[in-house]
Ligand binder design. Structure first.
Ligand SMILES: Nc1ncnc2c1ncn2[C@@H]1O[C@H](COP(=O)(O)OP(=O)(O)OP(=O)(O)O)[C@@H](O)[C@H]1O
Ligand SMILES: *[C@@H]1O[C@H](CO)[C@@H](O)[C@H](O)[C@H]1NC(C)=O
Ligand SMILES: *[C@@H]1O[C@H](CO)[C@@H](O)[C@H](O)[C@H]1NC(C)=O
Ligand SMILES: *[C@@H]1O[C@H](CO)[C@@H](O)[C@H](O)[C@H]1NC(C)=O
Ligand SMILES: *[C@@H]1O[C@H](CO)[C@@H](O)[C@H](O)[C@H]1NC(C)=O
Ligand SMILES: *[C@@H]1O[C@H](CO)[C@@H](O)[C@H](O)[C@H]1NC(C)=O
Ligand SMILES: *[C@@H]1O[C@H](CO)[C@@H](O)[C@H](O)[C@H]1NC(C)=O
Ligand SMILES: [Mg+2]
Length: 673
């Protein structure tokens, strides 16, 4: 409080001192950095805002306002003398109602009265009216900052600075721009941009030049003025005048602000300390914080990506583990496995877990995640749904009844185009490995006999003991698995049927393995219990002889195992056919029985082949095997047909390699599965 008093007192002293000392009688000077405690004379809608801004108009339409320094200022020493030099600097800002649409403008004014009586808003900028505009008796000097082009007054554009003498027809005007001191060209400015700008108005009483200089707030005062007009203000200015501002709005409106103002008679106006000017009100849409402009979009994008990748992951998983399930399968619920579990069990069907591949698909080893049980998962690709229902009904019902010579089927799973069968894992693998990986691993005679008897009882179970007749269709050494106690167990029952199903009777469409296929099976395409017995016969010979039913590398007349054993028998030395790897370590009577039984089962005439019940009786010795010669085979020799000879397979055998001869489906016979 006391400080303000002291400064006011000092300022008064200075004014008094200058006034007394200078050549001119009254060299007034003042400076406002904010108008907080000023004593300006206001009219219209002009107002000093709470934070010290001089607001000449707000955005109310068709309004005007005036703000004048309260005291008169001497511009001449005598009423007919020359006008003194003066200079002024002010900082202004024009905030349009709507960005880009502003009206009408403002002006720095030197006028004979404190207000501007008769002044009108809109294009008159609060300075004149129709009848006074242009009248030399006005004695008004103004610098306009015009934001609307009024053709009536020959305005150059809607964003210009003009020197107005008694008239709104500017004596000089330029588009709003400034010349940076480091550049040669003018840079445009937009008056109604809501940006703070500086304006200097200087008059040199000696040279009679008016300079008007515009600059953005951040720039230093340009050396080159925007307008430099040679004009003698002496006839215009009276001895005492008032200085101030005028502004107006029309149907378009803007708030016209002055933030700071300094004026000096006969000298250079004191430079404004821009840092001390009051703050402008916020303009335009609510300024949102960095959080909303940068942070939130980033977070949203991140979340969106997260959601998308989550959904993609979920969909991928869903797709990856998708299964096919039909209503009829609900009955087999307990036997249904989740694909996901099988996927985990087999470590994603890794190549390392592969146990082997057969004609129908690949078999993988796995450990079920639920109960840590070891399983073998057979992946069968199957496109058609035909026969699927019957097949699953059959295998599940067989799987339900456990027989110690059948590989237990634990369940299944279906996917699009794929059937997965889950079997108990047989730790010793399939029999063919024991037979053909000799001498690395082999079975002795009693073990072989035990396997044979086991398989016979398993097959008998399928044929006769089970409530319905089940034809295995693919009896062979590789489908006989050896469990931990070296029992033979028959696997893959019924699978061939899945591919056999629905074929027309007239087409020869046979699924099975060459060498095990009964000749009438090839002809009719129909699998029966006797075709199974035929395959079992081939299997008997295979186990006893340690040789595949068809061995392309054997001497030509011995390629077909049955033919060879038959020829041994005819030569009276059937035991010559026994596996060389056994040496003499076998029981002659048993071996002879097995070989003869094998020949009997391989008879080309189905009615002569024994049933599995008879096979069991023969093999445990409770019934004596009939003499082969009494069956009328020996005489003709044709009795033991080579499999498929009627279909021309044997002719192509020589061109087959070993692997090819092993498992063949009807693709050979009818050219496509
Ligand atoms: N339950 C099982 N336990 C252990 N190994 C098995 C099991 N099932 C199959 N295997 C192994 O997988 C291999 C491939 O079996 P797969 O049934 O696919 O072929 P295959 O028997 O040679 O021919 P086919 O397709 O005619 O049955 C077998 O040779 C066997 O070693
Ligand atoms: C403009 O100012 C006048 C006078 O101060 C006031 O009455 C009016 O409400 C204001 N208008 C707006 C839109 O702020
Ligand atoms: C403000 O100006 C008016 C008019 O010139 C004058 O009457 C009044 O005393 C002044 N007030 C102050 C505080 O300067
Ligand atoms: C114009 O202003 C003058 C001076 O105040 C006044 O006498 C006159 O009536 C005004 N004319 C109009 C049309 O407003
Ligand atoms: C100018 O204004 C004066 C005083 O108001 C008036 O007498 C005179 O006729 C006006 N001149 C013109 C040309 O309108
Ligand atoms: C500046 O404004 C003037 C008039 O509005 C225009 O002719 C000129 O092209 C502008 N210059 C630039 C650099 O925008
Ligand atoms: C006006 O500007 C010119 C340069 O354009 C300069 O020479 C002159 O001194 C200036 N006059 C005043 C009073 O600043
Ligand atoms: Mg198999």
């Amino acid at each position: 409080m006391s400080f303000t008093l002291v400064t006011t007192f000092l300022a008064l002293l200075v004014i008094v001192h200058i006034g007394a000392d200078s050549a001119a009688p009254d060299d007034v000077g003042f400076i406002y950095e904010g108008f907080q405690s000023s004593n300006l004379s206001l009219d219209g809608i002009a107002k000093i805002t709470d934070n010290g801004l001089l607001r000449i108009t707000n955005i109310t339409k068709l309004q005007m306002g005036h703000a004048f320094y309260p005291d008169p200022i001497n511009f001449k020493s005598a009423s007919n003398g020359p006008a003194f030099s003066f200079s002024t600097q002010f900082v202004f800002a024009i905030l349009p109602e709507v960005s880009g649409l502003s009206g009408h403008g403002m002006a720095f004014v030197i006028a004979p009265t404190r207000g501007l009586p008769g002044g009108l808003p809109t294009q008159f900028l609060g300075l004149f009216n129709d009848s006074t505009n242009g009248n030399a008796s006005n004695h008004v000097f103004a610098v306009e900052l015009d934001t609307i082009q009024t053709h009536e007054f020959n305005d150059i554009n809607d964003n210009h600075v003009g020197i107005d003498i008694d008239s709104l027809f500017s004596t000089a005007s330029q588009p709003a721009s400034y010349r940076d001191n480091n550049k040669n060209s003018f840079d445009n400015l937009t008056l109604s941009s809501a940006q703070r700008m500086q304006l200097w108005v200087e008059y040199d009483g000696e040279s009679k030049v008016i300079n008007v200089t515009l600059a953005p707030i951040a720039a230093a005062k340009p050396n080159t003025p925007l307008l430099s007009l040679s004009y003698d203000l002496s006839p215009i200015l009276r001895q005492t005048m008032y200085v101030g501002f005028s502004a107006s709005t029309g149907s378009l409106a803007a708030a016209h602000f002055v933030l700071g103002w300094s004026f000096k008679m006969n000298g250079v106006a004191q430079a404004l300390d821009l840092s001390r000017l009051p703050k402008l009100p916020r303009f335009g849409p609510k300024k949102v914080s960095k959080f909303f402009t940068v942070g939130l979009p980033l977070i949203c994008t991140f979340l969106l990506l997260l959601v998308i990748s989550g959904v993609a992951y979920h969909l991928r998983r869903k797709w990856k583990f998708a299964e096919v399930m039909e209503e009829w399968e609900l009955a087999y619920g307990p036997h249904r496995f989740k694909y996901k579990d099988l996927y985990i069990a087999t470590k994603g069907f890794r190549e390392k877990e592969l146990l082997g591949a057969g004609g129908f698909g690949r078999v993988y080893k796995g450990v079920l995640p639920t109960n840590k049980m070891e399983v073998a998962v057979k992946k069968v690709s199957h496109q058609s749904r035909q026969g699927m229902r019957e097949f699953i009904a059959e295998i599940i019902s067989i799987g339900r009844l456990r027989h110690r010579n059948l590989v237990p089927l634990l369940g299944y799973c279906r996917r699009k185009g794929e059937l997965l069968l889950v079997y108990e894992f047989m730790s010793n693998g399939s029999l063919d490995k024991f037979l053909y990986n000799q001498p690395k691993s082999t079975l002795n005679w009693s073990q072989r006999l035990r396997v044979i008897k086991g398989v016979a009882s398993g097959l008998f179970y399928l044929h006769e003991e089970w409530e319905q007749v089940v034809i295995h269709r693919d009896v062979k050494a590789s489908n006989v698995l050896i469990d931990a106690e070296l029992n033979g167990r028959l696997g893959d029952f019924g699978l061939a049927r899945l591919y056999d199903h629905g074929t027309l009777p007239q087409t020869t469409h046979v699924v099975g393995t060459i060498g095990y296929l009964a000749p009438e099976h090839n002809r009719t395409g129909k699998a029966t219990t006797s075709t199974d017995v035929y395959a079992f016969g081939a299997f008997l010979l295979e186990v006893a002889c340690g040789r595949r039913p068809i061995d392309p590398q054997a001497p030509e007349e011995d390629v077909i195992l049955v033919d060879w054993v038959f020829s041994c028998w005819k030569a009276g030395d059937i035991l010559r056919a026994v596996d060389q790897n056994l040496g003499t370590e076998y029981v002659k009577e048993e071996a002879e029985l097995v070989l003869k039984l094998g020949l009997l089962c391989s008879h080309s005439e189905p009615s002569i082949r024994p049933s599995m019940r008879q096979v069991l009786l023969y093999s445990d010795g409770s019934v004596l095997l009939p003499e082969l010669s009494s069956l009328g085979i020996s005489a003709v020799g044709l009795g033991f047909a080579n499999p498929g000879s009627s279909d021309g397979i044997s002719s192509s055998l020589s061109s087959m390699d070993k692997g090819f001869s092993h498992t063949v489906t009807e693709s050979i016979l009818s050219g496509g599965r």
